[in-house]
Ligand binder design. Structure first.
Ligand SMILES: Cc1cc2nc3c(=O)[nH]c(=O)nc-3n(C[C@H](O)[C@H](O)[C@H](O)COP(=O)(O)OP(=O)(O)OC[C@H]3O[C@@H](n4cnc5c(N)ncnc54)[C@H](O)[C@@H]3O)c2cc1C
Length: 360
């Protein structure tokens, strides 16, 4: 085991949009930051995958910007060619004709120029470009978070199985809340943590989500703008279906199909391939021809913690202030990409202030 003390002021666990924004705020205030993510790349649930010749967004599908801070970042990302406007609304009615109008409500819906991971990749690159004292490390899984004297002690397992312990003055946890609580529990007795905060965090809950990605041999029959948003409480099994080619990120037609929370819970332990068959049947009206030949490749992903169903009103929650350990992400103060962004900004700003105060 390799021990590192004092190399970073703060360890941020998770390189989704919340973690990257928390790190950005900390770095802007002169703190050195290690951002860890267990996945091979950054972005978390803003995820894009290649399947054969197709590119599919398989987590978040689009985002809105209604708050000033997010608007500034998105305007910058649009100017840089990282983000593009997709449309101003979606049909919520699957019966709409293939050439029928989308439901426009005036709010721009944005996408990554080449996929939803573009925005987090852009943020991570800007962070890394700040140089000394900032590291974004992927393939690095935090396995516990503990308090040791007045420091936070994070145990990290690399993809090669090597274990490292890093001590820092503060920590930001952005993993889905049940996973964040597991990390804290793995750190040992909770007597140094705020019991009330832990109890409140235990009330957070998420829906799972099955995502089917279907590469087609011909254009889909989806109405403009290439997607239907049935919604999470839809009567059928499907909450969302989009054609990634029509969206502008794939060279070939490929559908992303999200199941509803209710369907995903009910079928959580059903073999994924069987679930893929059910979702194909449900989106058959928008596949031109027999799916047995029109679907040339398919892949299914099961998100265990897809979207929060019970969130907390606070922008973040501190499980400890001495040393500071803050939980943030899309389960705080507002779900979805924009909520996760705001939560990360709030946690990073508060922690930077706190650490600057401690250093005075
Ligand atoms: C299927 C689906 C559809 C969605 N659709 C939309 C949509 O259309 N619009 C919208 O706005 N939002 C949508 N969302 C929600 C949106 O993706 C999330 O709200 C947002 O991306 C959450 O960001 P985050 O940073 O809080 O968490 P995440 O993106 O989950 O980031 C957390 C990160 O922590 C990492 N991590 C976890 N545990 C550890 C560990 N032990 N060590 C190291 N790293 C760890 C994970 O790998 C992950 O990268 C959707 C989500 C899903 C799953």
């Amino acid at each position: 085991m390799h021990e590192r003390q004092g190399a970073f002021d703060v360890v941020v666990i998770g390189a989704g949009i919340a973690g990257l924004m928390a790190a950005e705020r900390l770095a802007a205030h002169g703190q050195s930051v290690l951002v860890l993510d267990k996945s091979r790349g950054v972005g978390g649930r803003m995820a894009t995958r290649r399947i054969g010749g197709a590119v599919c967004d398989h987590g978040a599908q689009f985002f809105t910007q209604r708050t000033l801070g997010f608007r500034d970042v998105i305007e910058h990302a649009v100017r840089d060619g990282t983000v593009a406007e997709w449309c101003r609304g979606f049909s919520r009615d699957g019966s709409i004709a293939a050439d029928g109008p989308a439901v426009a409500d005036g709010h721009p819906r944005y996408r990554g120029a080449r996929g939803m991971t573009d925005l987090p990749k852009w943020l991570a690159a800007k962070l890394a470009a700040q140089g000394n004292g900032i590291e974004v490390r992927t393939g690095a899984k935090a396995t516990s978070v503990a308090v040791a004297a007045d420091r936070v002690r994070v145990t990290i397992e690399g993809q090669d199985g090597a274990v490292e312990v890093v001590e820092a003055a503060g920590c930001v946890l952005t993993a889905p809340v049940p996973q964040a609580l597991d990390l804290i529990a793995a750190g040992g007795p909770l007597d140094r943590m705020d019991a009330q905060a832990i109890e409140r965090l235990r009330t957070v809950d998420y829906d799972p989500c099955f995502t089917a990605m279907l590469v087609l041999d011909r254009p889909s029959l989806l109405p403009e703008p290439g997607a239907i948003q049935f919604g999470g409480d839809a009567a059928g099994p499907v909450a969302w279906v989009a054609d990634n080619q029509r969206k502008g990120i794939s060279n070939v037609p490929a559908l992303t199909v999200h199941a509803t929370g209710a369907f995903s819970r009910e079928h959580f332990d059903v073999p994924p391939d069987e679930v893929a068959g059910m979702l194909i049947d449900a989106v058959r009206p928008w596949i031109d021809g027999d799916p047995r030949t029109a679907v040339v490749e398919r892949s299914i992903h099961r998100w265990k913690f897809a979207t929060p169903t019970k969130i907390l009103p606070d922008p973040f929650v501190a499980v400890s202030w001495a040393p500071p350990i803050l939980c943030c992400g899309d389960a705080f103060a507002g779900p979805r990409v924009e909520g996760a962004f705001s939560s990360g900004v709030a946690a990073g700003t508060m922690l930077a202030d706190r650490l600057a105060g401690a250093g005075r």
